[in-house]
Design a protein around this ligand. Sequence first.
Ligand code: PLP
Length: 380
Amino acid sequence: MNVYLDNAATTPLDPEVIKEMNLYMVEAFGNPSSTHGFGRKTRAALELARRRVAQHINAEPGEIIFTSGGTEADNMAILCSINDLGIKHAVTSKIEHHAVLHPLEDLAAKGEIKLSYVEIDEIGHIKLDSLEEILSTNERTFVSLMHANNEIGNLLPLKKVGELCAKYDAVLHSDTVQTIAHYALDVKELGVHFISCAGHKFHGPKGVGFLFVSDRIKVHPMIQGGGQERNMRAGTENVYGIMGLAKALDMAYEDLEEHKAYLSGLKDYMIKRLREEFPGVHFNGDAEGESLYTVLSVCLPKTDKAEMMLFNLDIEGIATSGGSACSSGSDIGSHVLAELNIPEDRPVCRFSFSKFNTIEELDYTIEKLKAIYALPSVIA
Ligand SMILES: Cc1ncc(COP(=O)(O)O)c(C=O)c1O
């Protein structure tokens, strides 16, 4: 049996999305900037996709800039704000994705901004009083805080953060890569200036995403060249990627409540089974509280097989992650788990679910985990 439980890293394409993309690979292949019929047909489809995407988050079509994914969207929000808005102070948290942390740290290292970090509590929630303290004692600030943490699933009270930012005239970016398509997001109600999206996190294609840029903000393009994306992001559009993203988003929002109930059920079931079978188990972050229903980060009981845990699961055909997949393949441990002081000798598994997972797959995973713990000890 093959079980894919790493949906926070990426999700499989929905067959309906593949069908939609295929149309724009094979038939409607024109360059949307071409003025002939082939180009016009693609342009019309692209603009319709933009309108649909915008409607899902209560934005205007002109506020959606398609990008190559979440990383580019995060970088664009940061660099455009710092370059164009005259902002010299930024605040973020130490548990953001590297697509936010690295460009901010780079700007700070070059002396272009002062960078502050908001405090987090012992289970990884942002302390709002720390954010207010920072905002009230600094000049106009750029704030970047993710809506849900991709490693531990903690959810940010984004509306409250939006209210604080409005109080202090701060510019707010939120990395919503893990929450778009899983929660109803209304950019007007949330008071955000920027949000980021990546299509492959909700059964859409990789290499495509978007940045919402509020009409209240006037910034210049990060990537320059042709006048695509209303002069905001040069380069011929990834048409089939964009069409696939729009289709995946339509499908997610059509079935949002059903999807939420099904996936929450899978997560609750996994928590229950892990508790029954592994009495020493610990759930990282706020797993049973303010938490993304697609992500469950688990600290398994102490074992001398900790280092081999993901490998052993992989041998059984079970794909999970030890932290964020973005750092996998390197020896660098998770910067998020490090902030939570998780003991190094306990294996951490992040299970992340999608609509394609089943209870049977979770039972299989539990059985295989039990078998791994029953393996003879490495240390005699
Ligand atoms: C929270 C978050 N932000 C940004 C990204 C980067 O997105 P992409 O890989 O599409 O560039 C990811 C992907 O893992 C993510 O989980």
